[in-house]
Design a protein around this ligand. Structure first.
Ligand code: SF4
Length: 468
């Protein structure tokens, strides 16, 4: 994300998002639809809960021997004629792609949706090197035309209304297009067809990579992934090292819950299994296949409190239910990965200091954990992250002082009783219709958009003591 955006404090970014009526409309429509579709999909799928447990267990077992699975994956990809590259950082991954472009005279690269390429700012690097990147997923294509970044893990243009997309297409593609999704999709399809034929390189991410067979798996809905992997002469897949899974039978477990969690589908429209480059006698497929295994800070998290974030399938379900994301959308978070899981992934990839403010952008309501297909305990990790910020003195000193005082108060029954009494007295002018509203000073920020239950009435024991 741009340095400029990050210079604006998070409360201001969030405030601006709350004032944006178009954003509010687009977010409400899209996230509500995703929530309903997911609910329906799991309601009619009794095996779903057990599969979620199974998927979680597979992820945990894989992490315990990640090195072994990655080595096996690399061996099998190379046995099938592919080339495997190891990238310790985003910079190394970019350099690998740029070197391939230079050595093979690539001028244009078509891309299928990939958060890993967003994570390493690949498009900017390609443009800088004189290679034209063309996003071919409809949502990604929209935001590329708008010179923006994705605002949702699976629906990058979720923040745009159809009217805004019609305006954008009319301006950028020179035409007069109505705000009709079918027409707009047709316009994008027509513009993209020639690009698939012109491009020398196709770049994708990977939803999974199967160690036993060397298979890279892409889960898409638009069919563009298949064009990207089969039409250009070179296919480069970039994946985070945590995406490896041991076997094809494990893949079946993940496929059964991924699309249901993401879009409410039983299966996504296209599940593409890539097994190396085109072989002798085959009519289709790339001449070269390269798999880049990206660490970029992941391996060091295996032994950290953020370990569970490495289970993430990038389905986006936790974003849709998060009361914070639903109000402010993805851009206000300021980094590649938004939403509750995005806070953890940002801390993982960019360090704890980067989430100094974001660590508090969660109500800890637990909705994210409830919908996560691999039951990642996001609220627990957010609390632990806040604790780290405090311990590492990254949190502002005012916050540290307040929480330390609060801790003392909770640990001392006398201090707690006294403060409860003081609270009951002081709250009186602000209790309206049984709720605390319009608190003054610092507390006013809390009650500006919501109310609080008042401090409870005296307990029987307290009253008894007072009578004596
Ligand atoms: S944390 Fe869970 S719900 Fe959120 S994107 Fe990852 S897999 Fe999906």
């Amino acid at each position: 994300m741009s340095e400029e955006l990050l210079r604006t404090p998070f409360p201001e970014r969030a405030g601006a998002a709350l004032q944006d009526a178009f954003l509010q409309e687009a977010l409400t429509i899209a996230t509500t639809k995703f929530i309903d579709l997911r609910k329906e999909a799991f309601a009619g799928f009794p095996a779903g809960e057990a599969l979620r447990d199974r998927a979680r267990a597979i992820k945990e077992a894989t992490l315990q021997h990640l090195d072994v699975h990655l080595e096996r994956l690399a061996d099998n990809v190379e046995r099938l004629g592919g080339t495997v590259h190891w990238a310790a950082t985003g910079e190394e991954a970019r350099e690998i792609v740029l070197r391939l472009c230079r050595d093979r005279g690539v001028r244009m690269a078509v891309k299928s949706k990939s958060m890993a390429t967003e994570e390493i700012d690949l498009n900017e690097a390609l443009e800088h090197a004189g290679v034209t990147p063309v996003e071919t997923d409809l949502g990604e294509y929209i935001i590329q035309l708008a010179h923006e970044k994705p605002s949702h893990i699976i629906a990058p243009a979720i923040h745009k209304t159809k009217g805004q997309v019609a305006e954008l297409f009319s301006r950028e593609l020179r035409g007069q297009f109505p705000a009709d999704p079918e027409v707009l999709t047709g316009v994008a399809r027509k513009a993209l067809r020639e690009k698939f034929l012109q491009a020398d390189m196709g770049i994708t991410g990977a939803n999974f990579a199967v160690a036993d067979t060397g298979t890279v798996v892409l889960v898409t809905n638009e069919g563009n992934g298949r064009m990207v992997t089969s039409l250009p002469r070179i296919h480069v897949a970039l994946m985070g090292i945590e995406k490896v899974i041991p076997s094809m039978s494990d893949l079946v477990v993940f496929l059964a819950i991924l699309a249901r969690s993401a879009t409410g589908q039983k299966l996504s429209s296209y599940t593409t299994l890539v097994r190396g480059p085109r072989r002798a006698g085959e009519l289709e497929g790339p001449e070269e296949f390269h798999l880049i295994l990206l660490d970029n800070g992941r391996a060091r998290q295996i032994a950290s409190t953020l370990r569970e974030a490495l289970y993430c399938l990038r389905c986006g379900a936790c974003l849709n239910v998060c009361p914070v994301y639903r109000q402010i959308g993805g851009h206000a978070y300021g980094y590649t990965y938004p939403g509750p899981i995005g806070i953890l992934l940002t801390a993982m990839l960019k360090g704890n200091r980067s989430v100094r403010e974001l660590a508090h952008a969660s109500s800890l309501c637990g909705a994210c954990k409830d919908v996560c297909p691999v039951r990642i305990d996001i609220p627990r990790m957010l609390i632990e992250l806040r604790e780290h910020l405090d311990r590492e003195k990254i949190a502002p000193w005012t916050e540290r002082v307040v929480f330390r005082a609060f801790r003392r108060l909770l640990l001392s029954p006398t201090a707690f009783r006294l403060s409860a009494r003081a609270g009951r007295l002081l709250q009186r002018p602000f209790v309206r219709q049984g709720r605390l509203r319009g608190l003054p000073l610092l507390f006013g920020r809390w009650t500006r958009t919501r109310d609080l239950p008042p401090v409870a009435a005296r307990t029987f024991r307290e009253r008894w003591k007072e009578l004596r």
